[in-house]
Design a protein around this ligand. Structure first.
Ligand code: SAM
Length: 282
């Protein structure tokens, strides 16, 4: 279906990107749109309220988060269809990018409400363009799973991708994630971009081996990890289930678990510790 956002009389939802640190990155257009709407839906009314008060904008706010996204989206659709002008913004960066908003967009489109993006900052793209690893193609993964066995499996499925890879991570999981990245991807080039657009913005560009050994106490704040894509020379992927099956069948034929892990590591050229984790986490 074709529809002109600004040249039709269909109702419109504005999806507004917000600063990821530096408040000067609010554009005149963002201010114009936020000033023009009747209602702003946002992730956290306190965070958005603070930004709006710095911009001198006073609006009714309604909270739309992951747990209430469907019900609040339906409520917003009702308001938009009766003529209210509504914008949605998450706490930082673009809505929908590792943030709520996607369900709202789908529900609006199903109800013949157009959706207009209002451009602004995004952590992944900022990190990518300055990383030194930006190629023609990239793959954005966002957050890896918090559960180690699932995270390792996720990384294994990404190991053959040739595109530059982008991950979001929080400071309390960064060390584990960097170790896992090194374990699965080997010593590829990487860039950790920290505190983007803020006073303490930092880029750490090195191999994953060196990165995985950085003192996590020095990796505070918000961060993005950019990793170079596969050169195509990596080992073929073997799933966790297949590795587990190999170990179990050796154990069943009388080998100790330790020897079986060592043997499977020799055969597959997969790091012994990685196989150990799969065996003990499953
Ligand atoms: N919607 C946001 C966007 O468009 O970038 C992402 C929101 S997600 C919940 C938050 C994650 O984005 C953080 O854990 C971090 O990985 C990354 N991030 C956000 N702001 C950042 C910043 N100033 N510097 C580095 N990473 C940032």
């Amino acid at each position: 279906m074709r529809s002109l956002n600004y040249e039709s009389n269909r109702p419109l939802l504005y999806l507004v990107a917000t600063p990821i640190g530096n408040l000067q990155e609010v554009s005149p257009r963002t201010i114009e749109v936020l000033s023009s709407v009747d209602l702003i839906a946002c992730e956290d009314t306190r965070v958005t309220g603070k930004l709006l008060s710095l911009l001198g904008i006073k609006k009714d706010l309604i909270s739309l988060r992951e747990h209430n996204e469907v019900s609040v989206s339906q409520e917003l659709v009702g308001k938009i269809l009766t003529g209210k002008k509504v914008a949605y913004m998450s706490d930082a960066g673009y809505p929908c990018i590792s943030d709520p908003g996607s369900k709202l967009v789908r529900i609006c489109l199903e109800n013949e409400i157009n959706v207009a993006p209002i451009s602004g900052p995004n952590a992944a793209l900022n990190a990518l363009v300055a990383s030194g690893l930006c190629e023609d193609h990239f793959y954005f993964h966002g957050f890896l799973n918090a559960k180690e066995s699932i995270r390792l499996e996720e990384l294994r499925t990404l190991a053959q991708r040739k595109e530059t890879l982008i991950f979001y991570e929080s400071p309390h999981r960064i060390q584990k994630t960097l170790e896992d990245l090194f374990e699965i991807f080997g010593n590829r080039k990487a860039c950790l971009a920290r505190e983007l657009t803020k006073k303490h913005e930092e880029f750490i560009r090195c191999g994953l081996e060196e990165m995985s050994k950085i003192d996590p106490e020095t990796l505070k704040g918000e961060m993005v990890i950019v990793v170079e894509g596969s050169s195509g020379e990596e080992k073929p992927i073997i799933s966790d289930a297949e590795l587990l099956k190999m170990v179990n069948s050796m154990v069943e034929s009388g080998m100790s678990t330790k020897d079986a892990i060592k043997k499977v590591s020799e055969i597959t050229k997969i790091n012994k510790n990685a196989i150990y984790k799969i065996v003990h986490l499953n």
